[in-house]
Design a protein around this ligand. Structure first.
Ligand SMILES: [Fe+2]
Ligand SMILES: [Fe+2]
Length: 267
């Protein structure tokens, strides 16, 4: 039996051309909302954390600052081959949002009076893998990483013991919730015609990668998670649940309607 082809796809027939218009409108309108949220952060709030907690968040922010800083050139070049200018334009704006997240973590490091990092091994491994993959597989990796990290941004937003860190978490969590939905909408189309066996195999592969990614996250960011009141084990379980929800929306049967963006609010 030959292995199912998980990489190739039929780009121009995967989705209707208008399908990503709501996403493009969403990403275009977002900068005004970002400015509003950022204006509500008291960037000059005094830093009252103890040195151990400062170090925990500094190490964590250094890694996220690096991880979100990519220009996405290869990803966008792959997406450009798929003949959907609306999706491509939306993806370009998503990449720009990721760069803004990197800048926000940089601003958080300034607040913590900690330096930026030049490189970190976990970021290098992820970049190495992504460069060797096609669009659909790369988007799958994005979905995995974003869904296992979502709980971190939410924890930061809700439970970080510092108002600036909470503000940064809130600002990023709002974006990431829709990033995950955006990836799901594109990926579910990409897998719409994949046979069941192929979806099953992809689901198993993704689950293994998600388990590893969540483990790297809890090792790399464990002290920051603990400072937000989360044990690494609990985080890992919740991250796998969040990933599972996203993966089922992509690879499960039925529910062919796109998710679209949710309104910008955060509770
Ligand atoms: Fe991000
Ligand atoms: Fe994201």
């Amino acid at each position: 039996m030959s292995a199912p082809n998980l990489e190739n796809s039929a780009p121009s027939t995967e989705h209707r051309p208008a399908e990503f218009i709501p996403w493009l409108e969403y990403f275009r309108s977002n900068p005004a909302y970002h400015r509003l949220i950022e204006a509500g952060i008291d960037w000059d709030a005094p830093l009252t954390l103890d040195p151990g907690t400062i170090q925990a968040f500094a190490r964590s922010f250094q890694r996220f600052e690096l991880g979100e800083s990519g220009e996405g050139k290869r990803l966008l070049a792959k997406a450009a081959l798929h003949d959907d200018p609306v999706y491509l334009a939306a993806l370009e704006l998503l990449v720009r949002e990721e760069q803004k997240h990197s800048a926000l973590f940089g601003r958080g490091l300034q607040h913590l009076r900690a330096p930026s990092l030049d490189a970190h091994w976990s970021d290098g491994v992820f970049t190495f893998l992504r460069r060797r993959l096609g669009l659909r597989t790369e988007l799958g990796l994005f979905l995995i990483v974003e869904s296992v990290a979502m709980g971190y941004f939410t924890a930061l937003a809700e439970a970080a013991p510092d108002p600036v860190l909470r503000g940064i978490g809130r600002r990023i969590a709002i974006d990431e919730r829709n990033h995950i939905r955006f990836q799901i909408d594109r990926l579910r189309r990409g897998f719409a015609h994949t046979p069941r066996a192929g979806k099953l195999l992809m689901g198993l592969t993704w689950t293994a990668i998600a388990a590893g990614s969540a483990a790297v996250l809890v090792v790399d960011h464990g002290p920051a998670l603990r400072a937000c009141g989360l044990s690494p084990l609990r985080y890992w379980r919740d991250a796998m649940r969040e990933f599972g929800r996203a993966a089922r929306l992509v690879l499960g049967n039925g529910a062919p309607e796109p998710l679209g963006p949710v309104a910008n609010d955060f509770r």
